[in-house]
Design a protein around this ligand. Structure first.
Ligand SMILES: [Zn+2]
Length: 409
């Protein structure tokens, strides 16, 4: 079978540039779910898919779904895709690369007149980023059959509900949360890494072993406010000094274990005056790990360390859980398939976890799922400076294509 991967990769990279013109805000790439520019992008994607030999449609929730039949009709499908909504002032590769790479896989088969034993369904998801409503991954949730009716009541900053926006878009609210995809044999997603690991290892590609689960908490430390000039050091109950020691304990615990990350990203001080000993400090805690039990153990260690600091410094500390998402361990068969694809291209089968959430973790509830990461410059994403090289784009497409060819439903 003679596939023109180089030609398909060239067109894919050109389409990524062209696709970046579909924006709500001229001069930048901001393509928010269900806006007119999002609609135009869906229509363009569907046209490209039709041109690549697929039948394409925009579904009830605003995903583009395109199907390339296998040798026999109604064969189970390998679903490949990613999202085409973006954050505000985004880069052009986050999401879009995976959607357009999926299209380029099929384009090669179509040009060569090749049909596989399985169908390939290309999907371009909407609302992965969750910029507009207090929802995220709405498109993949709908396909996985886990979108709740109550999500439709979620409002954007203008007070428009998701349901109303979907209706105006031409979607179907009722079918949005009753449209679980059928006959999906597996789901795979190509995505930029959004981190610096592959670049540091001098590798173009990495196989995602797991998408990290996350625990977020709000920690409140209460001491006693007092006059900065009058209260001697040994009689103070300084909430910020205690919080500082706790934050260093968070960092130390994060450093102790590979693949575990622990971050304090926000710190508030009260009363927040230069001449007052802080009576209260509040900080966020974000802990992520590829395994739920490792994450829970880390959170419990951090809790114990902070409680010890609080006791020694005579302050109170309260931990309030605000968010918990389980890890998704990528399907072993999918991971092995990506390993073989990389090895066949002469690349090492390097594994890494994903620190960010992706549609794949939702699709994992529907079918065996997995991800392939491609190196991005400086690990930068959610930023117009986001970039990948043409060479990495081509090697990523070759790996994804190899996976699709060797896949057995
Ligand atoms: Zn993304």
């Amino acid at each position: 079978m003679d596939l023109d991967a180089a030609g398909a990769a060239r067109r894919m990279m050109a389409r990524l540039d062209e696709f970046a013109a579909f924006t709500d805000v001229p001069g930048q790439l901001t393509r928010i779910y269900l806006t007119p520019s999002y609609r135009a992008a869906c229509e363009q994607f569907a046209r490209w898919a039709e041109g690549a030999g697929m039948s394409a449609r925009i579904d009830a929730v605003g995903n583009v779904r395109a199907r390339y039949e296998g040798k026999s009709e109604y064969a189970p499908a390998l679903m490949i895709g990613s999202h085409i909504d973006t954050v505000r002032d985004a880069g052009r590769y986050d999401g879009n690369l995976g959607a357009l790479a999926a299209l380029a896989v099929v384009e090669q088969l179509h040009h060569a007149g090749v049909r596989l034993d399985h169908a390939i369904e290309v999907v371009a998801f909407g609302d992965e980023e969750g910029v507009r409503f207090s929802t995220a991954m709405t498109g993949s949730r709908a396909l996985a059959g886990v979108l709740s009716a109550s999500a439709m009541e979620s409002r954007d900053r203008d007070g428009v509900t998701l349901g109303a926006a979907l209706k105006a878009f031409g979607g179907d609210v009722e079918r949005a949360y009753t449209s679980r995809a059928r006959d999906v044999a597996a789901f795979v997603e190509l995505h930029i890494e959004q981190g610096p690991v592959l670049e540091a290892k001098d590798l173009a590609l990495g196989v995602v072993g797991a998408i990290n689960g996350a625990t977020r908490m709000l920690v409140t430390v209460t001491g006693l406010a007092g006059h900065a000039g009058c209260v001697p050091m040994d009689l103070r109950r300084d909430a910020v000094a205690a919080a500082a020691e706790m934050i260093l304990a968070v960092e130390a615990r994060g450093l102790k274990e590979p693949d575990l990350v622990a971050t304090v990203g926000r710190l508030e001080v009260e009363p927040g005056a230069v001449n007052v000993i802080p009576g209260l400090a509040r900080f966020s805690l974000d802990v992520r790990s590829p395994r739920d039990e490792w994450r829970r153990r880390a959170v419990s260690d951090i809790h114990a360390a902070c409680t010890a600091v609080a006791a020694r410094r005579h302050v109170d500390s309260v931990f309030l859980p605000v968010h918990e998402a389980p890890a998704y361990v990528c399907d072993a068969g999918v991971v092995a398939g990506f390993d073989r694809a990389l090895v066949s291209l002469g690349l090492p089968a390097f594994h890494l976890p994903s620190g960010a959430g992706h549609d794949t973790m939702v699709m994992g509830g529907l079918a065996p799922s997995g991800m392939l990461f491609v190196r991005c410059k400086g690990g930068i994403s959610h930023n117009p400076a986001e970039s990948i090289t043409r060479e990495d784009g081509e090697i990523a497409l070759r790996a994804l294509t190899r996976f699709a060819l060797d896949f057995r439903a």
